[in-house]
Design a protein around this ligand. Structure first.
Ligand code: ADP
Length: 565
């Protein structure tokens, strides 16, 4: 083909002959002059490049189209064939991925040639392109490379800062837009990164995610299922999903036609979703693309899970170290007076013996009282530690017998009476009728003791009221104090191991009492919960199933008067 010169082209355009010639071809053809003015284009070109009238192709860039090389895996934006032809280069046919003004993409084989002037300078250029039917948007090289890059990016443990880069690998290779959602099981998922190929639509996507995040109940059914989802989204569906007119406009502006939601699953829990959107209705996700998205999601889930495990392990080590510090301090506290008292006793006995005088039984008894109190404290601490290791190893054994919870509580309150008066706490028990059930006596005592000793410890100077009652097959103990209370943010963690909501400078303790309490209560099949207001006191409610008890225990007993202790 010889190069027609610019005047010849102009004449051909004017006469409409060029148009006629271009329409003969099944390829997309575009002719521009040296200034980038589109002189003519055929129907195919109009369809492919979304052109409805001859516009300007500044410097050989067709309006709104981005050209990326598709014959290597780099996907870099490059100078398109038409622009190169305008500089006089004859551009041989090669593979290109073209992103069109509406955000959709297609793969094309394109070549271009300069239209010469008699002096040999380019007076214009001709672009020839034809769509390549690709079974999937990715070839084997792309997928391998994408997975390798994703693997390198994710590393062993996921860092949220890498999420946008991860999406950059997937967009536009797997879709025009992607959103990565993460959320612990049972929590509403939150978008950690979002990307759209088109800058304007990217802003819209961010707006939708920021202002119109789906309410958890709408997202969770999909999220919780942990199954791959593939939807063709219609305008009517977008209208139905939109919460207001702005939302509808944004959703339609994004124009997702096909949605692919791949769950992120780790250790059989759904921890997120990788959402991919494809705007070109004609291009569904191929089986190969779905497989690739699943593989990326699998690797992401693994890396997210690793990061979570690492975080948990670090936290566990931190808690253990903190606990060891507190435990040594707590174990040492009773040892000091114990040591002093024994030393003192020893000196007294030695001194008196030296003068052959009898030792005063009263003095010895007083000292031994202190010794015994401290030994009891140490025993409780060590017992608690042993209980925790028993619970952790799953060796908590219950010996069930028939008991009256009301009298168990009364006994414990009686035992606590001296320390309550020392702490200036008025102790009140309301247990009008026996509450029979089948429980382990020692463990039941331990639970009530823990709740009561906490009420006295954190409620010193205020009254403490204990109520024992039953409702059908459930027995209930409530312990109310008027002490320091617990803040809303601390409430959920006080039943955890080693967790404390107070400073160890003000209150001694290992942070194990409530943990052990909850474990025992759960072993009984019951529940224990707390409500509190800082500065207003706390209410602990213990509910226990009464077990397999005879019917007559369920009927009311004569109610004795409430007994203040
Ligand atoms: P501790 O040995 O620290 O008392 P617990 O497991 O018994 O350990 O309690 C855990 C934490 O819960 C305590 O450190 C305290 O912050 C809070 N707590 C428990 N009971 C009460 C209460 N009645 N009033 C206020 N805070 C309480």
């Amino acid at each position: 083909m010889t190069h027609p010169d610019s005047e010849e082209v102009e004449t051909l355009v004017k006469d409409g002959v060029l148009q006629l010639l271009l329409e003969q071809s099944s390829d997309a053809l575009v002719v521009v002059d040296v200034t980038g003015r589109v002189l003519a284009f055929n129907r195919e070109a109009g369809l492919h490049f979304r052109m409805s009238r001859p516009e300007r192709a500044e410097h050989g860039w067709l309006p709104g189209c981005v050209w990326m090389r598709a014959d290597d895996a780099s996907m870099s934006v490059e100078v398109p064939p038409l622009a190169r032809a305008l500089t006089g280069e004859r551009v041989a046919e090669s593979r290109w991925r073209v992103r069109r003004p509406d955000g959709t993409q297609l793969v094309m084989r394109a070549s271009a040639m300069p239209l010469g002037t008699p002096e040999g300078l380019a007076a214009g250029a001709l672009l020839r392109a034809r769509e390549e039917a690709v079974p999937s948007g990715l070839d084997a090289v792309d997928s391998t490379r994408l997975l390798a890059e994703a693997g390198a990016l994710l590393g062993a443990a996921f860092d949220e800062a890498a999420a946008p880069q991860l999406l950059r690998l997937l967009v536009p290779a797997l879709g025009e837009a992607a959103v990565l959602y993460l959320g612990a099981p049972g929590e509403p998922p939150r978008p950690v990164a979002a990307l759209h190929t088109d800058a304007q639509r990217h802003a819209m996507l961010e707006e939708v995610l920021r202002d119109y995040l789906l309410p958890p109940e709408r997202v969770l059914p999909l999220f919780g299922l942990g199954q791959l989802e593939r939807l063709h989204v219609t305008e009517a569906q977008l209208d139905a999903a939109a919460r207001d007119a702005t939302h509808a406009r944004l959703l339609k502006g994004l124009g997702p036609c096909t949605y692919l939601g791949v769950p992120l699953v780790a250790r059989e829990r759904v921890i997120g979703t990788l959402a991919l959107f494809r705007c070109d209705a004609a291009r569904d996700f191929s089986a190969e693309e779905v497989r690739l998205a699943e593989e990326v999601a699998r690797r992401t889930a693994l890396s997210v899970d690793n990061a979570q495990l690492l975080q948990e392990a670090r936290e566990a080590v931190r808690l253990r170290d903190e606990f060891l510090g507190i435990a040594s301090h707590e174990l040492k506290t009773p040892l000091t007076p114990l040591h002093l008292k024994v030393q003192l006793l020893q000196r007294q006995v030695d001194g008196l013996a030296a003068h052959q005088q009898p030792v005063s039984a009263e003095r010895v008894s007083e000292t031994l009282d202190v010794v015994q109190r401290q030994v009891r404290k140490l025993t409780t601490l060590v017992d608690n530690l042993l209980d925790v290791s028993r619970i952790t190893a799953g060796r908590l054994r219950l010996e069930v017998e028939e008991l009256d919870l009301a009298s168990v509580a009364a006994d414990i309150l009686f035992r606590f009476a001296p320390s309550a008066s020392q702490l200036q706490c008025e102790l009140e028990l309301h247990a009008p009728v026996p509450v029979m059930g089948r429980w382990d006596r020692l463990r039941l005592e331990q639970v009530v003791t823990n709740l009561l000793s906490n009420a006295l410890k954190y409620g010193a100077g205020h009254p403490v009221r204990v109520v024992v009652e039953s409702e059908g097959l459930t027995a209930r103990v409530t312990v109310r104090d008027g002490g320091i209370g617990i803040s809303a943010e601390d409430l959920p963690r006080i039943f955890e191991r080693f967790e404390r909501a107070v400073s160890d400078r003000h209150y001694g303790g290992l942070g194990l009492g409530l943990y052990i309490t909850r474990q025992i209560v759960e072993a009984f099949g019951g529940t224990v919960r707390a409500t509190s207001e800082p500065g207003q006191g706390s209410l602990f409610v213990l509910e226990l199933p009464r077990g397999d008890i005879p019917e007559e225990w369920l009927v009311g007993h004569s109610a004795p008067e409430p007994s203040p202790v």
